[in-house]
Design a protein around this ligand. Structure first.
Ligand SMILES: [Cu+2]
Length: 214
């Protein structure tokens, strides 16, 4: 990896990490001001922090698992995202309860092209209402998982939108129900959405996708 490439990747990771944490905090702030259920976060006083050596390190980076397109028709991306509670072994021997899309942390990576039609069936197996908000994507309001369009616990719906020309970029998706957005995001519901261009001038660059959460 040459230095320039490294800087490019660092800049992308930095921007995404910043975006993710900034949005999560903005959502918490929003919930605090909109009369949503109070958000109670455990503090270090409740739960001691892990030692630095408790987490795995030194391993090769594992690529993000992609959401498989179940449709063979060209220019159509069709798949299902199911939000549900899971227990994940982030630490060997310890089960951590999380709420996840398709059981994956982070949620599956969605990759599609400008001009594609996207149809994502959302199955809500959480015990509370939820939505999927396509953060930053140019999506019609009624398809953008806004709080007024919540999918009830046990319900489902299909989100349909077309990825317009010049929308190529790195985005993320997350729940956006009224009042419960912070809890659903910090329990693990979030994933990357990459829109590609057929004429990407940087297509030959190697990529590595990281999702940074806290
Ligand atoms: Cu957002």
């Amino acid at each position: 990896m040459d230095r320039r490439h490294f800087l490019t990747i660092s800049a992308s990771i930095g921007a995404l990490g910043w975006l993710t944490s900034r949005c999560a905090w903005a959502e918490m702030d929003h919930a605090a001001h909109s009369g949503g259920a109070p958000v109670t976060l455990k503090t270090a006083a409740d739960t001691p922090l892990l030692s630095e050596s408790a987490l795995a390190s030194g391993h090769a980076h594992v690529p993000l698992a992609a959401l498989r397109n179940t449709e063979t028709t060209p220019k159509l991306f069709q798949a299902t995202l199911t939000a549900a509670a899971h227990e994940i072994e982030l630490l060997a021997g310890t089960k951590t309860p999380m709420w996840l899309y398709n059981g994956q942390v982070p949620g599956p990576l969605i990759e599609a092209f400008e001009g594609d039609e996207v149809e994502i069936r959302f199955v809500n197996q959480l015990a509370q209402a939820s939505t999927i908000h396509w953060h930053g994507l140019p999506v019609p309001p009624e398809q953008d998982g806004n709080p007024q369009d919540a999918v009830p616990a046990g319900g489902e719906r299909v989100y349909r939108f077309k990825l317009p020309k010049d929308s190529a970029g790195t985005y993320w998706y997350h729940p956006h129900p009224h009042g419960d957005t912070p809890e659903q995001v910090y329990r693990g519901l979030a994933g990357l959405f990459i829109v590609r261009s057929k004429s990407d001038p940087l297509a030959d660059f190697a990529e590595q996708h990281l999702v940074i959460s806290d």
